[in-house]
Design a protein around this ligand. Structure first.
Ligand SMILES: [Zn+2]
Length: 426
């Protein structure tokens, strides 16, 4: 739950349709404002028992680099968007050699949502525009390495569309990719600069007109580029599209806004940078790999290549193993409870690594007694909700462990009922 706290604001901002997934989120993650900690360590050693790991929690220190490729051709004519198959394969091999794990786009998003763990150093491979060389040349190489990947398609550029020529991918090829687990996402309808007032080409009845759209005309055109492209891909291929790549990486706040409102979970640009757990999902940078700039790939790989290998993922320990007070599921009669847990079941705890979070308060100045293994915190500000969630984390043998539990507060207590514990003076 600690993770969901961190991503909740971002998550809400991006996609309200995902709300189902947040039912269990506690209402607040504010910082503690309690100024007078009232530690009351109690020495009641508990017999050591091996803790049960109940659920993996995601590694928030992992980093992801995302690559964006275009055409794969033997003879480079447009170095800005082309790469030779040999150079491409060498890069895919290098990822493997460097221990960088290629993960799918959907795994990246699941990690960002706090639902799935990913390796500490990961990469996502994407192909833009929908060229047949991506089907004929890139895909066999990706298969050889067992790498998942994502195709960003602009719908009018698919073969048969107003912009789809002989080098374009076909709907049949896309369906074949879909059937084999390739992720297919949106890259507009006609692949143009989406910012209002920029010169674009309108195609109607085979006629092309250069123009600049503003106001309602622009908004209408955008609907087709952003929503229409998504719907067409979803309908033609029977898929769910939740990612959007902006053409040329050109966007502004309004473009981001429309993408968000159109139901995209994430929007992608071409400003390469390592993606972290907290990177905003509405402008995720990708490294665009070009034949004449091999350094871009090298730099990207080095960006996460120098990391320490990432911290071990957090493991969750059952609250029962920690003899918590109040116990998980218990209802107390006070809005000012004493919160306690015993960490001795976990093993040696690294000094200073113990952290206690309380819903409605945030991190609280809890005291930890290494002798007894007891963590305690006397709540000094009344808890206002009917239930209170506690997240206790600590490091043991280099590994982060967490326990989550929730207790109830009897109605009336929160509103100022009698408390068995004297209210500390403020
Ligand atoms: Zn493109």
């Amino acid at each position: 739950m600690i993770i969901r706290f961190a991503i909740l604001p971002l998550f809400l901002a991006l996609n309200l349709s995902m709300c189902k997934k947040q039912e269990s989120v506690s209402p607040s993650s504010q910082q503690a404002s309690a100024s007078s900690p009232a530690p009351a360590a109690v020495s009641t050693p508990v017999a050591a028992a091996s803790p049960k790991i109940t659920k993996p929690v995601v590694d928030q220190t992992a980093q992801v680099i995302i690559f964006c490729y275009h055409r794969l051709v033997d003879k480079i004519r447009y170095p800005g968007t082309e790469i030779t198959p040999a150079a491409f394969e060498a890069e895919m091999k290098e990822l493997k050699d460097r221990g960088i794990t290629v993960i799918s786009m959907q795994d990246l998003l699941a990690w960002k949502r706090g639902e799935k763990n990913i390796p500490p150093r990961s990469a996502v491979v994407t192909f833009d525009d929908g060229w047949k060389s991506q089907y004929e040349v890139a895909w066999p190489i990706m298969k050889k390495y067992g790498y998942p990947f994502t195709m960003f398609i602009y719908t009018e550029g698919v073969r048969g569309g107003s912009l789809g020529g002989g080098e374009a991918i076909t709907w049949e090829q896309l369906a074949d990719m879909r059937d084999n687990g390739v992720d297919i996402e949106a890259h507009t309808a006609t692949h143009q600069d989406l910012r209002e007032g920029h010169t674009i080409t309108l195609i109607a009845g085979g006629k092309r007109t250069r123009t600049k759209l503003t106001g309602p005309q622009y908004e209408q055109w955008m609907q087709n580029e952003v929503v229409g492209a998504k719907q067409l891909l979803e309908q033609r291929l029977g898929i769910k599209v939740n990612c959007f790549a902006v053409p040329f990486g050109n966007y502004n706040e309004h473009v981001k806004d429309i993408a968000r409102k159109s139901g995209y979970e994430a929007m992608f640009t071409v400003y390469g940078q390592p993606i972290t757990f907290t990177s905003p999902l509405d402008s995720i940078g990708r490294y665009a790999i070009e034949a004449n700039k091999p350094k871009v790939f090298e730099d990207a790989v080095k960006m996460i290549g120098t990391s320490t290998g990432g911290a071990a993922a957090v493991a969750e320990v059952g609250a029962k193993d920690l003899s918590t007070h109040p116990a998980d599921g218990e209802t107390v009669r006070t809005a000012l409870p004493l919160i306690k847990a015993n960490l001795s079941a976990i093993g040696a705890i690294e000094p200073g690594s113990v952290q206690l979070r309380v819903s409605g308060l945030g991190v609280v100045p809890a005291s930890y007694d290494p002798k007894s293994g007891t963590v305690s915190y006397q709540v000094t500000q009344k808890l206002h909700e009917k239930s209170c969630s506690v997240i206790l984390s600590a490091k043991s043998q280099g590994k982060k462990v967490e326990a989550h539990w929730t207790f109830g507060i009897e109605e009336g207590a929160a509103a100022g009922g009698t408390s068995p514990i004297p209210t500390p003076k403020k």
